[in-house]
Design a protein around this ligand. Structure first.
Ligand SMILES: Cc1cc2nc3c(=O)[nH]c(=O)nc-3n(C[C@H](O)[C@H](O)[C@H](O)COP(=O)(O)OP(=O)(O)OC[C@H]3O[C@@H](n4cnc5c(N)ncnc54)[C@H](O)[C@@H]3O)c2cc1C
Length: 282
């Protein structure tokens, strides 16, 4: 398939990217191109102007300030996966990035592009919800921060407004983490993926956040499960009992890959496994 006609400009800075975005109402940012270009070829997306941000140095890399990690929006999945800072202090995003697609996708695709695309089966959304990440966005009138809980607003929809761009994602230090992904063998995407971030104190769960991707029309957080397990031990019997009937099949997606009932069953199983593994590390 061939895309509709578009112009191409390469931005050298965030300000220049925002200016170019504002100049053409139906323009789109081009990061790794691994979601945008296929959707333009399928003519699901039509943009008359592409603003390439792959050369903006300020948008790349991982940095640490105390117990907070900042990942630039254009950091590739590979660089997230290989970040020594993340691996030692907050490994969830690195572990999630390592199971995205294949090496070609990880070499080009970026965390900002994935979050902005908001594919309901993408891997990062479960992790950023579980981590309680903050997403930094910039527009011509200034910058703001969106909490992960408020970021995904629908299927392929986010709280990023027209004319804004994601500049970075910040996550806290957290080592009691795990991501369980039931991979679709053909696409590599998650049929269902569950991320858990757990703190264990004195043998019981003192904090827990659980994010789910792939199951519903958008990534979701299992707040009921988080409350149910507060103060409990993360033993197998407790987790089996708590991780049962977590989501109603009627709220989930059913398609040729998996029925809604099967996805609901996967959420139970993967949540139990993710929490058990995270608690053992936390
Ligand atoms: C074969 C294949 C397998 C894949 N498997 C997986 C998988 O297993 N798991 C998974 O999670 N993903 C998977 N993906 C998707 C992949 O992770 C994409 O790289 C990612 O979804 C988009 O990132 P990108 O940098 O390529 O963004 P692009 O394709 O360049 O952009 C995507 C969208 O985000 C917008 N955008 C880009 N950057 C920004 C920004 N900084 N601020 C605001 N908007 C922005 C663009 O305008 C566009 O609308 C796969 C893709 C392919 C082609």
């Amino acid at each position: 398939m061939i895309t509709t006609e578009f112009s191409y400009q390469k931005a050298g800075s965030v300000d220049e990217a925002l200016r170019l975005l504002a100049a053409a109402p139906d323009s789109a940012l081009l990061a790794g191109g691994h979601s945008l270009i296929p959707s333009m070829k399928l003519r699901v997306t039509a943009a008359s102007a592409l603003v390439d941000i792959s050369g903006v140095a300020a948008l790349k890399g991982v940095s640490r300030a105390g117990d907070t990690f900042r990942i630039g929006a254009s950091t590739t999945h590979r660089d997230v996966a290989e970040s020594a800072d993340l691996r030692s202090g907050s490994p969830l995003l690195a572990e999630v990035a390592g199971v995205i697609g294949d090496p070609a996708v990880r070499n080009r695709g970026t965390i900002g592009g994935s979050l902005a695309h908001a594919d309901p089966a993408a891997d990062y959304p479960a992790a950023i919800i579980a981590l309680g990440a903050q997403i930094e966005v910039a527009g011509t009138s200034g910058s703001r921060t969106i909490a992960a809980d408020d970021f995904f607003t629908g299927t392929f929809e986010t709280a990023v407004a027209a004319g804004e761009m994601i500049t970075a994602v910040t996550v806290p230090a957290a080592t009691g983490v795990a991501y369980e992904k039931f991979v679709h063998p053909a696409s590599g995407y998650a049929v269902v993926g569950v991320a858990a971030v757990v703190t264990v104190a004195g043998g019981t769960i003192s904090s827990l956040r659980v994010g789910v991707t792939g199951a519903g029309p958008q990534a979701l957080r299992l707040t009921g499960l988080e409350s149910a397990l507060a103060g409990k031990t993360a033993d197998d019997a407790t987790l089996r009992s708590a991780c049962s009937g977590l989501v109603a099949a009627g709220d989930l997606v059913g398609d040729h890959q998996a029925s809604a009932a099967y996805r609901a069953s996967l959420v139970d199983t993967l949540a139990r496994r993710a929490i058990a593994r995270a608690a053992a590390r936390g």
